[in-house]
Design a protein around this ligand. Structure first.
Ligand code: HAM
Length: 418
């Protein structure tokens, strides 16, 4: 049988899993320092959850199937809609704000390439309950601090879909055309946008990028458009917070995001050197999504790191991740001492990372194995030593050996391995 893994999925062996685990823990620790608590939603959901507000970009790429009960379900393509559903179903009586985060795989049937997979992981957060600009600023600050904690440099761009949609409202563009226009902006399809909206002002607005100059330009451009101007005022407030918190950013009024549920500030982080799939993080404010599921008007803001892209960026930027190492390999020299060696191992495993030969190999072969797994020490358990309640510790770095009393063994090995 020649069965391969499905296209767009990956196997992760242990060195990679250890690196991923280290980075995930480092970022989660920052999330927890900001007061976020981890949650988990189901891997599959009812299709309707994503049908209304996630946008064609997501729904066209969903893994949809019918279960044995004839229900249409899908593998989750993202988690924000799931978290809003969970809030409506499970958390609606909890005191706000709720600070939640998740780390789990998402599934999108896209054309696989480096940085784009059919199964990929997101590490994301949702701050539920506040409509204040400082909640937006907290989300952005958290993304920024997370990357700082792992030493990754990236570029942050902040925009506001309320400015885009506000302008389209002021121009009298119908809601369904707005959705298509927003998707065109997200794809960078300027001609499509012009065809849909025929608006020169909108065309100029999405080209505005930079710092405070982009904001002043936008203010001039939008002076006759009250809804768009009001949204621009909201964006300025968020930017004021970022200035206060010394988070470096660029304004980009052309960020539309691929998901339709955003209503306010939106942001993306990129590592330009990663070529095509360089967006490592995306998020923004969505004040109407929870209402869609619960009828409760609860505002929220959040973002998700594309975890696999973060890992690609780490590799690209040459960031070293501390490697895990086995502390001790226990080597019974013959069958006579095997039981005693196992008991010693069991005791040491309470506090150290200990590997025991279970292959019945001879000492030289165990030494080769210990070198291969990069053990720091080999504990040689031989009959002569054992008779005196002793064992021999060999340092794999320099080959030096010392004989240690069994009663002192754990303390001594801990001292050596520290
Ligand atoms: P998104 O921009 O669709 O937003 O995805 C977030 C991140 O996931 C992207 O910036 C990218 O790094 C990564 N990503 C997306 N598709 C793939 C793929 N096929 N392979 C690898 N990585 C990928 C969301 O999903 C929103 N739920 C984020 C959010 C949370 N907004 C508010 N709260």
């Amino acid at each position: 049988m020649d069965v391969k893994k499905p296209r767009g999925t990956r196997d992760f062996s242990y060195p990679e899993m250890e690196d991923r685990g280290h980075i995930q823990e480092s970022i989660s620790a920052v999330f927890e320092r900001f007061g976020y608590r981890q949650i988990l939603t189901p891997t599959f959901e009812h299709v309707e959850l994503f049908a209304q507000k996630s946008g064609d970009e997501i729904t066209e790429h969903m893994y949809v199937f019918e279960d044995k009960g004839g229900r249409k379900v899908c593998l989750r393509p993202e988690a924000t809609a799931s978290v809003c559903r969970m809030y409506s179903e499970e958390l609606r009586d909890m005191r706000l704000p709720l600070r939640l985060y998740y780390f789990c795989p998402m599934f999108r049937y896209e054309r696989p390439q480096k940085g784009r997979y059919r199964e990929f992981w997101q590490l994301g957060m949702e701050l539920i309950g506040s409509k204040k600009a400082e909640a937006d600023a907290e989300a952005i600050l958290l993304a920024y601090e997370s990357l700082k904690a792992i030493g990754l440099s990236s570029e942050l761009e902040v925009g506001h879909v309320g400015v885009l949609r506000g302008l389209m409202n002021d121009l009298g563009i119908a809601a369904d055309v707005q959705d298509k226009a927003t998707a065109a902006i997200d794809k960078g399809d300027r001609d499509g946008l012009m065809y849909l909206t025929e608006s020169d002002v909108l065309g100029r607005l999405i080209g505005l990028k930079g710092t405070s100059d982009a904001i002043s330009e936008a203010e001039k451009l939008l002076s006759d458009y009250p809804t768009a101007s009001a949204a621009l005022g909201e964006l300025k407030e968020v930017l004021n917070w970022l200035d206060l918190l010394a988070v470096p950013y660029k304004v980009n009024l052309g960020i539309a995001r691929g998901l339709e549920y955003y209503t306010g500030m939106v942001f993306e982080m990129r590592v330009p050197a990663l070529a095509a799939q360089n967006q490592i993080c995306g998020g923004g404010r969505y004040d109407k999504l929870i209402e869609l599921f619960s009828g409760l008007s609860v505002p929220a803001v959040g973002f998700a790191f594309g975890f696999d892209r973060v890992m690609n960026a780490i590799e690209h930027q040459g960031i070293t991740i501390p490697k895990k190492q086995v502390d001790v390999v226990v080597a019974p020299v013959n069958d006579e001492v095997r039981k005693a060696a196992f008991k010693i191992t069991a005791d040491l495993r309470g506090e150290l990372s200990v590997d025991l030969d279970v292959m019945g190999r001879k000492l030289p072969k165990i030494m080769e194995y210990a070198a291969e797994v990069k053990a720091k020490y080999v504990l040689i358990v031989g009959p002569a030593d054992l008779k005196e309640n002793k064992a021999t510790v060999r340092n794999m770095a320099d080959g030096k050996q010392e004989t240690v009393d069994l009663k002192d063994l754990k303390r001594r090995l801990k001292e050596l391995c520290r």
